[in-house]
Design a protein around this ligand. Structure first.
Ligand SMILES: Cc1ncc(COP(=O)(O)O)c(C=O)c1O
Length: 263
């Protein structure tokens, strides 16, 4: 996303429409690029597109609140209005089926080290053919040249260790063997006791409000005292606990979390 945002050459007054649910590092990148950020609730985003909107920037699955956003609808509305749509798909890869053509985004960036379980450093940038020329690589190397492809220009960044990227096909094979339906059922079966924020929690992850004045301390305590790895973060003045259900989890794991929280 850095390559895309930094290639955009925003002009004063160009607005980037987004939500309060975006990943902080992406928000910082927009700020670095001088974007005028305009925020809307995910369900009000389509109606908030206006003449000064240059870009719509949304997560497919939000990081702090673990919500699945209606990206097809958002991207279709952006396209209709002649606005560039950028989807941060970091949590979507491997958690929801991904048909990039159907999704309708102009640009989609995904991470393979999260739900696909590939090594860290593996991810991808996808852009519609008509947008591939203006997106400059962050690092210029031998892949940069007039006849080179989008993949060449971005993929060749000097002498790098390609191991993480080369492991992605094996990760996809392993992922095919995961029982995702079970992971999704497991997540949903705890929604009544740990209610998700919002109405569209992601299939394998959800965030729930919690009363604590020390979210960092609570996260540390859950890990160090109970061996439970969850995220506890302050978001928009609330503390949110984010739970993920991976193929190696079962109901007893979530029960242990509830016990540790005295819930
Ligand atoms: C929604 C979202 N976007 C972007 C990122 C950033 O990914 P990376 O750590 O590869 O920079 C993350 C990582 O957690 C994320 O959750």
């Amino acid at each position: 996303l850095n390559a895309v945002i930094r290639s955009l050459k925003l002009e004063p007054g160009d607005e980037v429409l987004t939500t309060r649910h975006e990943y902080g590092a992406v928000v910082r990148t927009w700020e670095f690029a001088g974007a005028e950020l305009v925020y809307a609730e995910p369900e009000e985003l389509v109606g908030a597109i206006r003449p000064r909107t240059k870009v719509v920037s949304v997560s497919h699955i939000t990081s702090p609140t673990a919500l699945l956003l209606p990206v097809e609808e958002i991207c279709a509305a952006a396209r209709e209005a002649g606005v560039l749509s950028i989807v941060d798909g970091a949590h979507a890869t491997g958690q929801v089926p991904l048909d990039l053509a159907r999704l309708g985004a102009d640009v989609h960036a995904g991470n393979c080290h999260k739900w696909l379980c590939a090594p860290k450093g593996a991810g991808f940038l996808w852009a519609r053919p008509e947008h591939q020329r203006w997106i400059e690589p962050l690092v210029v190397s031998w892949g940069y040249g007039p006849g080179e492809t989008f993949a060449d220009r971005h993929g060749w960044q000097g002498t790098r260790d390609p191991a993480a990227a080369l492991a992605v096909p094996a990760a996809i094979d392993a992922h095919r063997a995961f029982d995702l339906k079970r992971c999704r059922r497991l997540a949903a079966s705890f929604h009544d006791r740990l209610p998700p924020v919002g109405t569209t929690p992601a299939p394998q992850m959800w965030a729930s409000g919690l009363v604590t004045d020390d979210p960092d301390g609570l996260q540390r305590n859950l890990f160090q005292e109970h061996g439970i790895e969850v995220v506890v973060r302050e978001w928009e003045g609330r503390s949110l606990l984010r739970v993920s259900t991976a193929p190696y989890n079962d109901g007893a794991d979530v029960e242990r979390l509830l016990d540790a929280l005295n819930l």
